[in-house]
Design a protein around this ligand. Sequence first.
Ligand code: ADP
Length: 321
Amino acid sequence: MTDAIRIDDISKRYAGHVAVDRLSLAVPAGTIYGILGPNGAGKSTTLRMIMNIIGRDSGSISMLGADPAADRKVLRRVGYLPEERGLYKKMKVLDVIVFFAALKGVPEAQGRTQGREWLERMGLSEWENARVETLSKGMQQKVQFITTILHRPDLLILDEPASGLDPVNQEVLRDTILGARSEGRTVLFSTHNMDQAEQLCEHVCIIAEGRKVLDGNLREVKRSHMGNRYEVEFERESPAIQEQLRPGNGTFTTVTALRDGTAFELELSRGADTHTVLGVLSRIDVPILRFARVQPSLHEIFVQRVTGAVTPHRRPEEAHV
Ligand code: ADP
């Protein structure tokens, strides 16, 4: 699989403060890739360096096979949604869409037709002749998203795309990102929202304090952080459950009741494995509905890895998730 973006060892320093510190990552073509981290981690700075909005101090970047600092043409094949949103407020909605499409080489008539299609898809048809400033923030954000995607870029780079969107519009955004991917486009987006990343991304890179904490295929990242926890659910309650699921009997270190008395999370003792647990469960006279190893959520992995990685010299408000 080729990489849509390859970053090697890039750094950015602001007045003695390192915003991005020797970061390397690769975004496989045709995938959805999430760059994750707490506020101030360096996500926007990284995306801005990829877009060549700010220069890097060192390292190399290859985007769709070109270095955007040397070859500006490659940016035409990219749709970028900046973190600081802003459209020309006095312009009419459809005109602003046509204007941005023209900047990316889309002829006016085509921009107008496709702009209308997008406005319809986003539920904004009635607003095409309204001035941008009369739209709500969420609506303006959807219009800005249309300006990012209308020219059918091979690569979408979205900086915190969901921030400021209500749940319904977040759903629209999600569908659009998945739609772009199913058309073979690559999507790189930043977020501090782990649940959102978990729903969308095939690959992730977690950064904190400008440094990479981990990266890789999401499924593999989850597998490599799998602990020794299992969840079991029985068809009904039974005294045998309490008898067998006792912590400190050599099999379990903790037994946590979930919901009513029929579902439990089991943390295994050192040396115990699936077979040991199944041996214990076979002594219980109630049918088992479910038995599965607990997968850590991305949020759990994030907290576990980032808390370990964040050093106390940062101001607390910069480290919050
Ligand atoms: P994120 O997008 O992950 O929230 P940013 O990339 O915006 O993080 O910021 C990373 C760090 O760089 C922060 O500590 C931020 O204060 C600092 N920073 C970002 N832009 C500038 C700038 N133009 N001047 C000085 N410091 C900056």
